[in-house]
Design a protein around this ligand. Structure first.
Ligand code: ZN
Length: 215
């Protein structure tokens, strides 16, 4: 039986653009419950003419979470010279996210990102002072509860990554729908294949949160 580390390593190959000559810029996962999770920085992106590094393991995290919960998923597979969480207009990824939400009556959108390790927080949840939740504050409270239950205790809310401009996917979706939207930045120590216990905590928190929001 493949363990978590082996599964994550296998999923992660999709995001190695040197090995993998993907032409499609993103892939989607069909779900069965009205939750959509996203990793727009799972490969490198182009922002204001500069290449930016990927948010390591966020794509593999989306695949694992979608498999465990049967939620919908979307992630980048190829740098098509865009930035799905920065470009305001004419971004295929953003348009696809909206389409999945409309066609499947999605109720919760979570955009997963990666940040550097910092004393400030283990994770930072971007809500634009809860405005992006469109009134569904309990969705955030449940997420905080699940993170704490999985020993992720230093939780920032809008500390550094606030998701308060139209550049962010979260803000764009929040103002174009009435569903609960959040951005979550996991620091590096939760996205490191050599710290698999931390990664497992991060995954379990999101998986349990999604499962509990169903009932
Ligand atoms: Zn990012």
């Amino acid at each position: 039986m493949e363990n978590l580390k082996q599964r994550i390593q296998r999923y992660n190959k999709i995001f190695d653009e040197y090995q993998n000559k993907q032409k499609e810029s993103f892939k989607t996962i069909e779900g069965k419950i009205p939750v959509l999770i996203s990793a727009p920085h799972s490969v490198r992106q182009l922002r204001e003419g500069k290449i930016k590094g990927k948010d390591q393991l966020t794509g593999a995290m989306v695949i694992e979470i979608a498999k465990q919960t049967q939620c919908f998923g979307i992630y980048k597979t190829h740098n098509n010279q865009d930035d799905a969480s920065y470009d305001i207009e004419n971004n295929n990824y953003k348009e696809k996210v909206l389409q999945i939400i409309y066609e499947n009556q999605i109720q919760i959108f979570l955009d997963i990102h990666g940040a550097k390790n910092t004393e400030q927080f283990d994770v930072d949840i971007g809500t634009d002072e809860k405005r992006n939740l469109n009134g569904k504050t309990e969705i955030l409270n449940n997420l905080i509860k699940e993170l704490k239950r999985n020993e992720i205790k230093n939780i920032g809310i809008d500390k550094k990554f606030k998701a308060n401009t139209l550049h962010t996917l979260t803000k764009k979706i929040a103002i174009n729908t009435n569903i609960a939207c959040m951005q979550i930045e996991f620091t590096k120590k939760y996205r490191d294949i050599n710290q698999i216990q931390n990664l497992e905590k991060a995954l379990n928190a999101i998986i349990n949160w999604i499962k509990n929001n169903r009932s």
